[in-house]
Design a binder for this molecule. Structure first.
Ligand SMILES: [Zn+2]
Ligand SMILES: [Zn+2]
Length: 280
């Protein structure tokens, strides 16, 4: 069976593996379609794309993808975008703003940690990041410096609190992002819906503004998801949200079969009146 894993992170956001490792491991697991959906940046996608082209791999197809940080009605949401043109100018300008937001947040966190007498520097944080800087990279720095034992500890002791204090001046609404992706020839799906607070209100707002998919995670299915999908005309997307190998985390853990992928693609193409940027 041909399967598609549409939610994968590389070490260009908060994953452990390089794009090359992800491509090779996916091929060895017979995954036919992958999407590297790093947070707010396309570096992992671009590297994987050139690896696949250079090596002339024909057993795997890479779908342009990204996971965008955003919010709707003051609830934070992650949008998974697919099939867009990665070179689109407006999209790339928006990604620069989202990157700036990540750097600004990390600087804010550094300031707060220093205020709490944590002796941590900017260099300690950035040396853990190859692309999109995030809370995980701050957590790694706190572990390396001996302030916490593990990442859970880092989030519980410091990072959740710091995040709640941060007011983001660079917020781009989910509806604006859906529009940017649409103009770049792509569509959006709502990532890990079980983590969205205010779900009912959020999903209706996003659907009105062109959301196409809802990510379905088999062991974390939200209540009434079939009804919700049919009510708002949404289609299923799926992926492992892979960051690193572990007992419960591996490539291909959640997936679309080929028929489901084709269905998602055709619905997306229709929504875009044929102006989809990627060809199946
Ligand atoms: Zn996410
Ligand atoms: Zn993710």
């Amino acid at each position: 069976m041909n399967i598609a894993d549409l939610h994968i992170h590389s070490f260009f956001s908060d994953g452990d593996l390089s794009p090359a490792d992800i491509v090779e491991e996916s091929i060895s697991k017979n995954i036919s379609y992958i999407s590297i959906t790093d947070h707010d940046n396309l570096t992992g996608y671009k590297k994987a794309n050139s690896i696949i082209k250079k090596s002339k791999y024909n057993q795997i197809k890479l779908i342009p993808g990204i996971e965008l940080s955003s919010s709707i009605n003051d609830s934070s949401v992650h949008l998974l975008a697919y099939f867009f043109d990665p070179e689109n100018k407006d999209l790339n300008s928006v990604l620069k703003i989202l990157q700036l937001r990540r750097t600004e947040f990390a600087k804010f966190a550094l300031e707060k940690l220093n205020e709490e007498d944590v002796n941590i520097s900017w260099g300690d944080i950035v040396k853990n990041s190859k692309g999109s800087i995030g809370r995980l990279h701050i957590a790694y720095a706190l572990i390396n410096l001996g302030y916490v034992r593990n990442t859970n500890d880092a989030f519980e002791t410091y990072l959740h609190k710091i995040k709640s204090l941060y007011k983001n001046p660079y917020e781009i609404s989910a509806n604006e992002l859906i529009e940017v992706i649409r103009k770049a020839g792509g569509v959006c799906s709502l990532a890990h819906p079980h983590t969205v607070s205010n779900f009912d209100k959020s999903i209706s707002g996003l659907s009105e503004n062109g959301l196409v998919g809802l990510e379905i995670i088999e062991d974390k299915k939200i209540k009434d998801c079939e009804e919700i999908m049919s009510k708002f005309g949404l289609t299923k997307t799926a992926g492992s949200d892979f960051h690193r190998n572990g007992k419960k985390s591996y490539l291909g853990k959640n997936f679309l079969n080929e028929e489901e992928l084709l269905n998602f693609y055709n619905i997306s193409r229709n929504k875009l009146n044929g102006e989809i940027s990627w060809n199946m």
